[in-house]
Design a binder for this molecule. Structure first.
Ligand SMILES: C[S@@+](CC[C@H](N)C(=O)[O-])C[C@H]1O[C@@H](n2cnc3c(N)ncnc32)[C@H](O)[C@@H]1O
Length: 255
């Protein structure tokens, strides 16, 4: 197999086509409303792994102030470009920062911390998860909530498609051509709770010729979040909220 690149890298197609892929993903439907319902009206939200701002701007449009932190410049650049196009009254409620959620201290507290769409699963379980829960706890006012959307273990254990030569997604691309997405390899290691998959992004022009392609390795980790969160003064506040049959939003209360 040709060289694979990490997800969301500079010039990577997973970053370039993030909005195309997520817009087509019905399994995320309703997440914005769930997060909005967890915050008092007009409250301040910290989003860990804000990416291209898929949720960030929608939350600001609903009257919240949102600080979005992300480690990947390729994702933050898209979020910044979108903010520049926003109504200034809404743009003023959004702050974007480059940072690592496993070691973040903004010296500020919020009414809600969110870590959406499997962002916590991107970092190794164990110390990195514990440190992310510490980040959430450090940035929360007492009595407020933190919400972490995690993939389900049974989904991570699933084998890849029976025929890896068939795209799992075929969507119009913003360039006027098409984006094809393939799962070329997938494996799961029980001992470390790690799913490893190689995705191939292929962009075609309007006549079907390949414009760009890139192989990108996506890694997700899983463990029960509750014991690690408990060590950082975050207790489960309700049963996890199911989302799209593939994941759950785990909601914790800061003591
Ligand atoms: C699946 S995207 C989620 C983006 C957005 N919140 C959404 O729901 O569409 C995961 C994001 O987490 C970011 N990320 C991964 N590890 C991170 C870390 N240690 N600190 C901050 N962001 C991280 C990635 O760069 C990526 O933009």
């Amino acid at each position: 197999m040709a060289t694979t690149h990490p997800y969301y890298a500079e010039k990577g197609l997973s970053a370039a086509f993030y909005d195309t892929v997520t817009a087509a993903d019905a399994r995320l439907e309703g997440d914005l409303e769930i997060y909005a319902s967890l915050c008092p009206p007009g409250g301040a939200i910290l989003e860990l792994g804000a990416g291209t701002g898929r949720l960030t701007f929608g939350l600001a449009e609903r009257g919240f102030s949102v600080t979005g932190v992300d480690i990947a410049p390729a994702m933050l650049a898209q979020a910044s470009a979108k903010r520049a196009e926003l109504d200034p009254a809404i743009a003023r409620r959004v702050e974007l920062k480059r940072g690592d959620m496993t070691a973040l201290d903004l010296k500020q507290t919020f009414d809600l911390v969110i870590c959406p769409y499997f962002t916590l699963a991107h970092v190794p379980r164990g110390a990195a998860w514990k440190n992310t829960f510490a980040t959430a706890s450090r940035h929360l006012k007492p009595g407020r909530l933190a919400a972490f959307h995690l993939p389900r273990l049974e989904i991570m254990r699933m084998p890849g498609p029976a025929d890896p030569s068939q795209p799992v997604l075929d969507q119009p691309a913003p360039s006027g051509g098409r984006l094809l997405l393939y799962v070329r390899e997938r494996s799961f290691r029980e001992d470390v709770g790690r799913m490893d998959q190689v995705m191939e992004y292929v962009e075609l022009d309007g006549r079907g010729a390949v414009l760009r392609r890139s192989l990108e390795r996506q890694i997700f980790y899983y463990t029960d979040p509750a014991p690690l969160a408990a060590g950082e003064h975050l207790a489960p506040e309700r049963d996890p909220i199911p989302l799209g049959d593939v994941g759950d939003i785990h909601v914790f209360l800061k003591a």
